[in-house]
Design a binder for this molecule. Structure first.
Ligand code: ADP
Ligand code: 5GP
Length: 210
């Protein structure tokens, strides 16, 4: 049974990079494209990285109840479309989501089968270097994001899994292992009772013979 997988991390923690690597490696995953009122970065494509909305468009979708969760992050609004999540789950794929700590709590309340994974950087200095090395933020925005990171790190206790994003390939391997293990949880295997029933019936037949 497919399930939502929430990746959260301080800004620059590697959510986008890890999500892209997982999507390249695994065909059983789909990515939930969020809505945001922040402007697109030069390398970002509308409808692929985000649905970039005006404040009015965001209001409209919010009023129509289209968001499974939404939050103010770094002075902008971000939200997950319920329709996007339902569409991906209906296609049989697990839904990979890159959402902030406020959104993760809201979303998990409506989708309790969600798997919550928090990515932490190996050090604060590495986080600063990665965020400034990405060259997407002004000095002021960089400071705002690092400030938010301080508070977001405290939310780690709401997450089931924590992965240190030190070496990228190792972090991707660990997130992938979490997904594999979660898929094997008994409650996520609806046909397990009939499978066990069939095994018991077969054993009964064998026991008559031996
Ligand atoms: P987020 O989506 O969490 O804000 P990104 O995925 O954009 O973070 O990562 C921030 C920057 O750090 C990017 O330039 C990315 O290439 C780099 N990065 C991410 N993970 C690693 C890693 N394990 N090692 C080195 N650089 C990384
Ligand atoms: P960025 O602007 O760097 O792409 O994302 C900034 C923050 O917004 C990150 O913490 C990211 O996880 C969060 N975010 C992205 N999409 C969503 C969403 O749909 N809902 C919520 N609540 N946060 C989101």
């Amino acid at each position: 049974m497919p399930f939502p997988i929430i990746l959260s991390a301080p800004s620059g923690g590697g959510k986008t990079t890890i999500a892209h690597a997982l999507l390249r490696q695994r065909s059983d995953l789909g990515y939930s494209i969020s809505c945001t009122t922040r402007p697109a970065r030069p390398n970002e494509v509308d409808g692929k990285d985000y649905f970039f909305l005006t404040a009015d468009e965001f209001d409209g979708r919010q009023a129509a109840g289209e968001f499974a969760e939404w939050a103010h992050v770094h002075g902008r609004r971000y939200g997950t479309l319920r329709g996007e999540v339902d569409r991906l789950l209906a296609s049989g794929r697990h839904v990979l989501m890159d959402i902030d700590v406020q959104g993760a709590a809201q979303f998990a309340a409506s989708f309790p089968e969600s798997v919550l994974i928090f990515l932490v950087p190996p050090s604060a200095e590495v986080l600063r270097q990665r965020l400034s090395g990405r060259m997407t933020e002004s000095a002021e925005a960089l400071r705002c994001r690092l400030q938010t990171s301080r508070d977001e790190l405290r939310a780690v206790s709401a997450y089931q899994y924590v992965v240190v994003n030190d070496r990228l390939d190792e972090a991707v391997r660990q997130v992938s292992a979490i997904i594999d293990a979660e898929a094997l949880r008994r409650v996520r295997q609806p046909d397990i009772s009939s499978r066990v029933d069939a095994l018991v019936a077969e054993l009964d037949r064998i026991l008559v013979e031996v």
